[in-house]
Design a protein around this ligand. Sequence first.
Ligand SMILES: [Zn+2]
Length: 447
Amino acid sequence: MGYLISGGTVVNATGQQRADVLLEGDRISAVAPNLSAHGHTAIDAQSCLIFPGFIDPHTHFDMECGSFSTADDFISGSRAAILGGTTTVLDFAEPYGAETTNDAYRNWRQKAAKSSCNYAFHMTLPRWENDTAQQMETTIANGITSFKVYTTYDMMLDDASLLCVFEAAARLNAVVCVHCEDDDMIRAATQMLEEQNKTGLAYFAQSRPAESEAAAVARVLRLAEQSGARVYLVHLSTAAALEQVHLARARGQEFYAETCTQYLVLTQDYYQSAEPETFVMCPPLRTQADCDAFWVALADGTIQTVGTDHCSFTHAQKLASGAKIGAVPGGCAGVAQRAQLLYTYGVSKGRITPEQFVSLLSSEPARIYGIQERGCIAPGMIADLVIWDPETRTTLTHDNHQHACDRSPYAGMQLAGGARTVFVGGEIVADNGSLIQAGKGQYLARK
Ligand SMILES: [Zn+2]
């Protein structure tokens, strides 16, 4: 029983080697050159790379947004994830209305029950109340050790509430993910545009200025510093925010920073395109100079992880309330393409090494979020892994991106490399672009 993967190059964040990989049960039992099979099924990985299963630290599957839910639920979203080599997602559980975090936990466990990839959750805290610290403890007991707070939208927290969350998180040794955009600055910018009748999506980027992200990052980092919390800045999009990250690191503060694929390969020029709604997301797409700054930040270690913020809507959903600023739900589909995009524009172009690719997509998300026994190919680790064919070529279209929506912001791109065979818990779940075992995902309770 088990598999012998032979002839490939094993890539970890710490280095790469030509080695065979033996899988027995749900574990990796050996990694060494010239292993021999004893009743194992042989898998030829000649000219392929073998990566630890990718972990997407930032997805939104089956999330309510106004009157509808995101296009991808856990069935379609996790299928897309697996086809792209992502074997674990960290999705955001969110209390709706007056629900408690415990309600949200139960709701998301149910939503995710048929997931094809492994899953863990961050818990959104939409407000700070007397019992929130207690709810955070219960959430941690449920295996969710990271929380999410916002500095914009209806569920934004003011600075006093942020401090309360940060202090509780520091005491409970939890990570706090923070969406950083200064709400006042966004409201002011939006109002100014409205006064000039500039409400079309061509002005979307201006409605959420780069400075609003940098200002919120600076403030959040100071609040975290004061409270001793470990924060994780989600989906950073601007060079201005990176400046604040550098300043805080220079004074010795410890925290994590994430960007997303869209902020690496797409620019705000798309708001002038024929279908700008496809590119409406928060924060918005930025300039080429911002993209360039993020590639440098990936290579020099300023950024720890690349997520997707996968939050998909159909084109009809995007336009249901009109093509105006504030009316189009924000978010795009991308969970299937994260690794291909980072490989094509990062590894193939020599901007990051294959080891950094693994660090950004797998080992750092595992380390930061306490995903045990994953993120590395070594004896004893869980056998979540990807046989990656660097020679695969894909031209992405609005039809072949694998998500349950009819647009991809990456349509037209030529992608290099792709997941050929994907293992979850020692079993093949996808091969040559097809999901062959659905529903193999498990809930990963964290400690
Ligand atoms: Zn998000």
